[in-house]
Design a protein around this ligand. Sequence first.
Ligand SMILES: O=C(O)CCC(=O)/C=C/C=C(\O)C(=O)O
Ligand SMILES: [Fe+2]
Length: 314
Amino acid sequence: MNAYLHCLSHTPLVGYVDPAQPVLDEVDGVIAAARERIAAFDPELVVLFAPDHYNGFFYDVMPPFCLGVGATAIGDFSSAAGELPVPTDIAEACAHYSMKNGIDLAVSYCMQVDHGFAQPLEFLLGGLDSRPVLPIFINGVATPLPGFQRTRMMGEVIGRFLTTLNKRVLILGSGGLSHQPPVPELAKVDAHMRDRLLGSGKHLPPDERELRQRRVIEAAEKFIEDQKSLHPLNPVWDNQFMTLLEQKRLGELDAVSNEELSAIAGKSTHEIKTWVAAFAALSAFGDYRTEGRYYRPIPEWIAGFGSLSARSQN
Ligand SMILES: O=C(O)CCC(=O)/C=C/C=C(\O)C(=O)O
Ligand SMILES: [Fe+2]
């Protein structure tokens, strides 16, 4: 019974607004090395913690956490589209286990997911369908957001469930680190966008989808020129965060409020809760050791871009 973890930033901007070739090569090398470690581990099951960006979850019902018993990726920003191979029996057992152990995990039998889920599966496993996957959504943009403590506790319970399976489990966290791309906020949008955020955005007309993507691309192009045009990246905080995970000090994050995190590192930094859940889940397997730590602020992707693996020591 053992587990391997990989946490990786994602970006919808890859292929649209890219950094210089040497940086791109460096990131490609980091991802290729992680992919090799994962292939050597040969996971029998993948658990993927990831956020959404108003593509699958809306304010009609916005859970803090949701397990996809069935899930389909929409293929936004040229990410992979299609069904995720979710093992129904394991997903249902996971949902029951969580409920019995103090975590009110929502379930969806038709969860719609975006690049936040698709990208790590493509980059680290070669596609959406290479291994059975349990997709777990963590709300990282639509306030009110879950806090660090609750997210850590959710990850711990999922991890304890995973230890009962007697399988080689790969635990993935997708998103972060410091960043604030243009994502609409309910309190600030006009009536049309409000309607989208309340649920009509689930099936966007192609021209509106195109406009939405263009808005993010244009923001990135501007951010390269002027890093005050959005919330600045925060490499100091990002590195401190990665060190906390390496040193197994996850609990210290409980004291950081959501408002503080937004102010320190930007409003989409809440995506790092996927890393917290992933490390908390790994900790259920006992001691762990990290490897392959990488970090670079990449303005072209509006991202403090990080990558970190860890393996359980049992
Ligand atoms: O509603 C929108 O326009 C959302 C735009 C969007 O999807 C941005 C995503 C950015 C990231 O996933 C990221 O930088 O983590
Ligand atoms: Fe994101």
